[in-house]
Design a protein around this ligand. Structure first.
Ligand code: KG4
Ligand code: ZN
Length: 335
């Protein structure tokens, strides 16, 4: 059985604040179009679900038109879980209508599976199993990829996601929303070691925790007041998050036969994290792959990739439900 569906797949994602569509054929990304709502939500300092759904309605048709370039794809894949329910519904309704009008198969995709499989864009499947760190605004999970569509959760966050920690600390430092990329840029001018922030829960290999870091960063900002060196504070935040993530990977590698470490999700765009995770992986004699920076944050290509693999297995969806929370299919949860 081929890994890929024979034909082009339109992938759509409206799960959060990006209206995204892409066309992928057998893992090759042909088009990838994203309309970000970051500027819209920055006025409120966070995502307003109702505004997100309305903005998807405005952007979806132009984004779709730019992605399909006038050609009818051979299948449609759409994120239907997890995410903001009103935002998801916009993409799902459009995908169902397109599948009906074009008479092509439809497949509902789990957003995190899209992130996990995004490393397959324009690349052969790296040696299995993978130990995959999914780090985004909504998720922080360490997942063993036994094969595409077969997973096992190794660790997950008890509270905030890594991207959320970046965003909340960025906000404390007066950077806009979402602040992860701005915090990384500011951290480049920081002095290493000037400030130290705690790295959470070293003793539990199954859990990440970032809420303590946000509190510590808040105390630092308050204590330093006007004399705060914001760049060094940004570097301390980034270093603490990177240290906490790599520490869990290292512990997992001690007992895992993963051939490849993979790094995906919006926070995978962070170059300090990419460098640190690659160094841990190589240190343990494992391969390393990361999602392309432009396919790390939310996009339609990753949904088309996951959809293509599920379609190749004969899976099809008809009427799709949307849901705010849902486990990854075929994923053994934390024991
Ligand atoms: O995967 P994504 O686009 O959306 C979710 O599914 O949540 O991830 C967005 C997250 C945001 O928290 C954003 O601040 C973070 O990814 N992010 C970064 C960087 N670029 C995006 N965090 C740290 N460094 C970056 N360069
Ligand atoms: Zn995402």
């Amino acid at each position: 059985m081929s890994l890929w569906f024979e034909g082009s797949v339109l992938g759509m994602d409206t799960s959060c604040d990006e209206t995204a569509a892409a066309v992928v054929r057998k893992g090759k990304v042909l088009t990838n179009v994203v309309a970000s709502q970051a500027q819209l939500h920055s006025q409120w300092g966070g995502i307003v679900p109702e505004a997100a759904a309305r903005a998807h309605i405005e952007s979806l048709v132009p984004v779709l038109a730019a992605a399909v370039e006038g050609a009818v794809p051979d299948a449609v894949a759409v994120t239907n879980r997890p995410g903001l329910v009103g935002a998801l519904a916009v993409g799902v309704a459009a995908a169902e209508a397109l599948s009906l009008a074009w008479d092509v198969p439809l497949i509902g995709v789990h957003h995190l599976e899209g992130h996990i499989l995004s490393v397959l864009a324009n690349r052969d499947l790296p040696p299995l199993p993978h130990l995959c760190l999914v780090v985004s605004g909504g998720h922080t999970e360490l997942i063993e990829v036994l094969e595409p569509c077969k997973y096992r959760t190794v660790a997950e966050t008890l509270d905030d996601a890594a991207g959320e920690a970046f965003d909340k600390c960025a906000r404390l430092l007066g950077l806009g929303y979402p602040g992860g990329a701005a915090l990384e840029a500011l951290a480049r001018a920081g002095t290493p070691g000037k400030y130290k922030l705690p790295v959470a829960i070293r003793h539990d290999p199954r859990h990440f925790s970032f809420s303590g870091l946000k509190t510590a960063a808040m105390r630092l900002v308050e204590a330093e007041g006007a004399s705060l060196d914001a760049a060094s504070a940004a570097l301390a935040v980034q270093s603490a998050i990177v240290a906490s993530l790599t520490e869990k990977i290292e512990r997992a590698l001690r007992v895992s036969d993963a051939a490849t470490v993979s790094l995906v999700g919006g926070v995978a765009a962070n170059s300090a994290l990419r460098t640190a995770v690659e160094s841990v992986a190589r240190g343990w004699g494992r391969g390393f792959v990361a999602s392309r920076p432009d396919l790390s944050t939310d996009n339609g290509a990753m949904i088309a990739i996951a959809g293509s693999i599920r379609l190749a297995r004969g899976e099809r969806s008809t009427a799709l439900d949307v849901s705010a929370q849902a486990p990854i299919p075929d994923c053994e949860p934390l024991g």
